[in-house]
Design a protein. Sequence first.
Length: 144
Amino acid sequence: MKKEILISIVIGIILGLVLTFIIYQTKKTVDNTNEPIQSPLADTEVEGPSPTPLLVDSLTILSPLDQSINSEQKQKISGKTAPLSKIIILTEKGEKIIESNSEGKFETEINLVAGENEITIKSISENGNESEKVLTVVYSEAVI
């Protein structure tokens, strides 16, 4: 009886080691596929117009300034990005989704909480390009 138990334990350990090795090799292979591949044609020069680079849409925040102190609970958020982009604003009190106009301008108002407020503003253009800015605004009623 003890002989069968010992054989079962040895077989279990061997199976566990084999499965661990297979998982390790699979993970190692998957991690290597994420590395950029150098094309053999990368160093050759091609005549004609150069390819258009992928442009990342910019996001400019006009108001509020980062690291600013506000004495009012309501804060105007305004800025400029790609035309007709979706603007997602995440605050301590929730989120707001708006859209920029045909010139790329946007404006909305948010409520601040007392103390430090981290405001994340993310722009997603019609073609899927994204830009993000994170601002810190302090709301204080203290007289300075």
